[in-house]
Every structure is written in C-alpha cells, then in structure tokens.
Design a protein around this ligand. Structure first.
Ligand code: SF4
Ligand code: SF4
Length: 57
C-alpha cells in the first residue's frame, strides 16, 4: 500500500508536501510525486488534498 497521485487532477498546490510526516512527497514538474519506498500509508496527504487527487492503494 502506498499513496498514489492522480496527476490529471493534481493542481500542484503543495499541501500534501507540507503535511507528509515522512517527507515522502516531492513536486515534479508542478505535480506531486510520492516515493513509495518512503511512504508510510498514514493518509495525511489524502485528507489534506483539496482536489481529492491522492488515494491509498
Ligand atoms: S500517506 Fe502519509 S506517509 Fe504516505 S505520502 Fe501521504 S502523508 Fe506521506
Ligand atoms: S495536495 Fe493534492 S492537488 Fe495539492 S499538490 Fe498534493 S496531490 Fe496535488
């Protein structure tokens, strides 16, 4: 299980980067990108995303 970003709907706001406690998310070409090796599946980014662009799967 890891957080997955839908780049089609990601607005590039960076909220998820701010809330991730493990610094697993970086911005790549103005879209959020999750490092699955670092993500701890906590769900904080899912709750923080204003465009519902992150899911855990
Ligand atoms: S699920 Fe948690 S650890 Fe994983 S990217 Fe989102 S905020 Fe970071
Ligand atoms: S919070 Fe959502 S819309 Fe904002 S950068 Fe992260 S994935 Fe994209």
């Amino acid at each position: 299980m890891t957080a997955v970003v839908n780049v089609e709907s990601c607005s590039g706001c960076g909220e998820c980067v701010q809330v991730c406690p493990l610094d697993a998310i970086t911005m790549q070409n103005d879209k959020a990108s999750v490092d699955p090796e670092v993500c701890g599946d906590c769900g904080a980014c899912v709750d923080a995303c204003p465009t519902q662009s992150i899911s855990i799967s």
